[in-house]
Design a protein around this ligand. Structure first.
Ligand code: CMX
Length: 434
C-alpha cells in the first residue's frame, strides 16, 4: 500500500467514530433555519454541507485544512530553486490534513508519473470535435470519455463493502489527476498552436510538466503550481464543488463527477469570470486605443456596464465580504514579476475604482475583487492570450479539491443528496398570504 493510502486509511479510521457519534447521539441538533429568501435565493448561508478539507470565512477567506494561503505556500515542499510548492505536496495536505515530508511528496510525484499516460482515444475524440468548441466543453468531454477506466465501477460490480468504497475512489482520483494536465495542454496546443503537441517530460512534477507541455518557459511552472493550488477548493457550496459532490453522492464515479463540475464551472458567474474579466478589459483597451485609462475614465466604463444591466466580472462573492486572499496572492505575484504590465495596470485601476462604485450602487453585498479579477492577467503576460482557455486551468485546480472531498464523502459514508422542495403556494401559506 502506498504511503498516501496508508496515511489516509489511518486518518479515515480515526475520523469515522466522530461522524457516527454526531449522527447517532446529536443528529437532532439544529444548525440552520431556512427563510423564504434563502429557499428562493440559491440556499445562501444555509449550513447543510460538511467538509474538513477547506473552510471559507467571509472576512478572512479560504483556509485549506486550517492553513491560510500564505501559510500553505510557505509550509509545503518545493522543487529546488522554485518559489511555489508542488501540487503533489498540496494534495497530500488536502487528503490527510498533514504537511508531507520530502519523502512523502516524492512518492506522490512518482504515483502521478506512473498514472499519467492518457488513453489515445481521448485525443482522437478531441481531434474529432469542431475546433471552435469551447475548451471547457472539450475538457469536460475528454474527462467523461475516460469513464470506462473507472476502478470504482469495476469494484462496485464485483461487490465490495461500503466501508471500502473510498479505496477505488482514491484510485480513480489519482488516475484522473495525473492525466488532467496533459489533456488540458493537448486541448490548448490542438486548438491554438496548430496541433503542435509537446510530449510530457517524465522528470517533472505536475506544475513543471504542465508548463513544459504548454510550451511556456519558467516561471510559468510556478504560475501553474500557484494557480492549481489557489483554485483547488473553496468549501463545498460553490457551484462546481457542489455539482461534483451531488453527482458522486449517487455513487456515480469520479469521471462523471469531475466532468460535471467542469460544466458548472463554465458559467460566467462562476469560473468563466476569469475569461469575462479579460474580455471586459480588452473591450476597454480597444476603446482607449491601448492607453491606460485614468481613474475617472475607468469609472465611466464601470458605470456603463452596470447601467446596461451587466455585472462587473471579477468582483463580488456569495460568501466573501473582503478582498479575496486568492486575489491578493496573485497580486503579490504580479507585483514581483510583472509590475509594469499594461493589463496589470488596468486591474490595478479597477481595484481602486470598482469597490466604491459597487458600494454606491448598493446592490452587491461584497464590492471587493474575487480570484478571477487577477488570474487572467498573469496568464496573458506569459503568452496565454486565448482567454477562452483560462477556466480549464481553474478546472484542473478545482478537480483536486472536489475529488479529495468525494474520497472523504465515500470514506464517511455520506448518503445520496436529496434536499426537499416546496411549491410557491406553500411559501405563500407559510408567509400567511391569503
Ligand atoms: N457587478 C454588478 N452587480 C453585482 C456584482 C458585480 N460584480 N456582484 C453582485 N452584483 C449584484 C447581483 O447581480 C445582484 O443583483 P440583483 O439583485 O439585481 O439580482 C445583487 O448585486 C446582489 O448580489 P449578491 O448577493 O451580492 O451576490 P450573489 O451571491 O448573488 O452573486 C456573484 C455572487 C459572484 C455571482 C456576483 O457577485 C457576480 O455576478 N459577480 C461577477 C461575476 C464573478 O466575478 N464571478 C466569479 C465569482 C468567483 C468564482 O466563483 O469564480
Amino acid at each position: 500500500m502506498s504511503k498516501l493510502k496508508s496515511k489516509l486509511k489511518e486518518k479515515i479510521e480515526a475520523h469515522r467514530p466522530r461522524t457516527t457519534k454526531l449522527l447517532k447521539e446529536y443528529g437532532d441538533v439544529k444548525l440552520s433555519d431556512v427563510t423564504i429568501a434563502q429557499a428562493i435565493g440559491g440556499v445562501r448561508g444555509v449550513k447543510c454541507l460538511v467538509t474538513d478539507i477547506s473552510y471559507l470565512d467571509p472576512n478572512e477567506g479560504i483556509r485549506f485544512r486550517g492553513y491560510t494561503i500564505p501559510e500553505t505556500l510557505a509550509a509545503l515542499q518545493k522543487v529546488p530553486g522554485r518559489d511555489m510548492p508542488t501540487v503533489e505536496s498540496f494534495l497530500w495536505l488536502l487528503l490527510t490534513g498533514d504537511i508531507p515530508t520530502e519523502e512523502e511528496t516524492k512518492e506522490v510525484v512518482e504515483e502521478f508519473k506512473k498514472r499519467s499516460k492518457t488513453p489515445e482515444y481521448v485525443f482522437d475524440m478531441l481531434r474529432a470535435m469542431p475546433k471552435d468548441s469551447h475548451p471547457m466543453a472539450m475538457f469536460s468531454a475528454a474527462i467523461v470519455a475516460m469513464q470506462r477506466e473507472s476502478v470504482f465501477v469495476k469494484k462496485y460490480h464485483e461487490g465490495i463493502s461500503k466501508m471500502e468504497y473510498w479505496e477505488p475512489t482514491l484510485e480513480d482520483a489519482l488516475n484522473l489527476w495525473a492525466k488532467l494536465p496533459q489533456i488540458a495542454a493537448f486541448i490548448y496546443r490542438w486548438k491554438y498552436k496548430d496541433g503542435n503537441i509537446i510530449d510530457p517530460d517524465p522528470n517533472l512534477d505536475m506544475g513543471g510538466n504542465f508548463a513544459h507541455m504548454m510550451g511556456i518557459d519558467k516561471p510559468y511552472d510556478d504560475v501553474a503550481r500557484l494557480y492549481f493550488i489557489l483554485h483547488s477548493d473553496h468549501e463545498s457550496g460553490n457551484v462546481s464543488a457542489h455539482t461534483g459532490h451531488v453527482i458522486a453522492s449517487a455513487l456515480s464515479d469520479m469521471y462523471y463527477a469531475i466532468s460535471g463540475l467542469v460544466n458548472g464551472l463554465a458559467g460566467p458567474l462562476h469560473g468563466l469570470a476569469n475569461e469575462m474579466v479579460l474580455r471586459w478589459i480588452q473591450g476597454v483597451m480597444d476603446q482607449m486605443g491601448g492607453k491606460i485609462p485614468t481613474e475617472e475614465e475607468m469609472k465611466k466604463f464601470v458605470w456603463d456596464t452596470l447601467e446596461s444591466g451587466g455585472v462587473v466580472p471579477g468582483f463580488g462573492h456569495a460568501v466573501l465580504r473582503k478582498t479575496d486572499p486568492r486575489y491578493q496572492a496573485q497580486r503579490e505575484f504580479c507585483l514581483k514579476h510583472l509590475p509594469d504590465d499594461p493589463i496589470f495596470k488596468y486591474v490595478d485601476v479597477l481595484y481602486k475604482v470598482v469597490p466604491p462604485i459597487l458600494e454606491k450602487q448598493g446592490k452587491a453585498k461584497n464590492p471587493w475583487p474575487n480570484v478571477d479579477a487577477q488570474s487572467g492577467v498573469i496568464q496573458w503576460y506569459y503568452g496565454l492570450k486565448e482567454y477562452e482557455f483560462y477556466t480549464v486551468l481553474f478546472g484542473i485546480g478545482r478537480a483536486l479539491g472536489v475529488a479529495s472531498n468525494i474520497i472523504w464523502d465515500r470514506a464517511l459514508g455520506y448518503p445520496i443528496e436529496r434536499p426537499k422542495s416546496v411549491t410557491t403556494k406553500m411559501l405563500e401559506d407559510a408567509a400567511g398570504i391569503k
